[in-house]
Design a protein around this ligand. Structure first.
Ligand SMILES: CC(C)(COP(=O)(O)OP(=O)(O)OC[C@H]1O[C@@H](n2cnc3c(N)ncnc32)[C@H](O)[C@@H]1OP(=O)(O)O)[C@@H](O)C(=O)NCCC(=O)NCCS
Length: 237
């Protein structure tokens, strides 16, 4: 399970962000996340910037997403636990994803509040014209741990928590604590709308370099229209 910690009361694994954000933990999804997901993914300050989620985002959407995400997280955790007896003798094995991706702010009374999500997935090469489907298929076919897999990430923080440095810290923590050592992530390609300065900064601060701005016009499910998509790449130094 390294480097995950485990809550002694609930048995839930988690990562904690470093100071000054040590009141934020990153855990697996929980079925109780449905209400918070519905709240956050109907907030135009969040969802206007995302291409994926349906809008309006209904409880049924959240239930399906959380159930699928929980299943994926449980499968990775089960895979990790199967190897536990051999851990002292063999190097840590690579897994195909990150089982903790829900950001939660822990209050003084120990209860926590959902404040965001950060999910890694294999890149599907949007904005690459005719090459997209071939590159996507090749990337999907690579074996777990293959350093040539091109990864991407989707993330958001609750608008009540924007601009506090949380995503910068969370992205850095998940990259260095999990994605690089436990998934063997070596190459990433991400997209942000040209106007999304905050998201581009999170990536640039970690060493991503802008390759180009695709001049596609994107309309999100909220009806927001964006002109231009930045493509940024990162390679493990
Ligand atoms: C993008 C997002 C995840 C950033 O999360 P965050 O926790 O607010 O990010 P941080 O506080 O770590 O800020 C990151 C950088 O962006 C800057 N920033 C934050 N909000 C900004 C804004 N509205 N305009 C310009 N810069 C901004 C910060 O100053 C910081 O840069 P710095 O360290 O050089 O000062 C958050 O704004 C969000 O959820 N947006 C909606 C969803 C979204 O855009 N997802 C990404 C799609 S690609």
């Amino acid at each position: 399970m390294h480097p995950l910690q485990v809550n002694p009361t609930t048995g839930e694994p988690y990562l904690r962000l470093p100071s000054p954000h040590s009141n934020i933990i990153v855990t697996p999804p929980r079925m109780s996340d449905v209400d918070a997901s519905v709240r956050e993914l109907n907030d135009r300050k969040v969802v206007d910037w995302l291409i994926g989620p349906p809008y309006p985002y209904l409880p049924s959407h959240a239930e399906e997403w959380v159930a699928t995400a929980k299943q994926a997280s449980d499968a990775i955790l089960a895979d990790l636990q199967r190897d536990e007896p051999n851990k002292a003798r063999s190097p840590l094995k690579f897994v195909g994803g990150c089982p903790v991706h829900r950001l939660r702010e822990v209050g003084e009374d120990g209860t926590d509040t959902f404040v965001g999500d950060i999910s890694f997935r294999r890149c599907a090469f949007p904005h690459e014209g005719e090459e997209q489907s071939v590159r996507c298929e090749e990337n999907a076919a690579r074996a777990v741990g293959d350093p040539s897999i091109v990864w991407c990430v989707g993330y958001y923080t609750a608008s009540s928590h924007h601009g506090r440095g949380i995503m910068s810290a969370a992205f850095r923590t998940l990259m260095t604590e999990w994605a690089i050592p436990r998934m063997n992530v070596r190459i990433m390609r991400v997209e942000t709308y040209r106007e999304n300065v905050a998201s581009a900064r999170v990536f640039e601060k970690f060493g991503f370099v802008q390759e180009r701005v695709a001049d596609d016009v994107v309309t999100t499910n909220t009806g927001a229209v964006w002109h231009g998509v930045r493509l940024l790449w990162w390679r493990h130094p």
